[in-house]
Design a protein. Sequence first.
Length: 168
Amino acid sequence: MSSVDRKAQHERSVFLDFAKASRMQIDEDLVEVRNPPEPDIRCSCEGHSTYFELGRLLDQGLQRLRLKARRIAPQQVSCDYNSVGLPERDVLRAKLSKSYSTSGLPLELLLYFDAESWLVAGGLPPVDFPWHAKHAMGPLLTPMPPHIRRVWVFERFRNTVLWFHPSG
């Protein structure tokens, strides 16, 4: 299987896990993985065609520290706090700056914490996530960008929707 096929399979799997956790009414047979400039997923959501752009919440600096820690174990790694970010804020900022071809259909962002391997697990901040998101992500969404209908944060390991905006 090619890396493109693995990516498409992964995105579809993440989206279907999210749809179940959010209790969103989707037709699984109509979930399509799309290619840029379209967002990642096009589906029938609550009876209407909708796009979802996915973004894995993973801090590259923290990932590099994990690799280094494994390489030099049992020694401790030192952390340069300037190289470790807030992936939920940083990925959201990057996704908001992109242009997508949606032909006027609604677009929602699905940002997710994954736990497929030891290298990507554990990125979820150990805080009250709605409070954290309000402060780390909320300023980027005030006012709500006109091309985005909603932003979701999903934790795949526990199949839990951690936050969505706007909440109404």
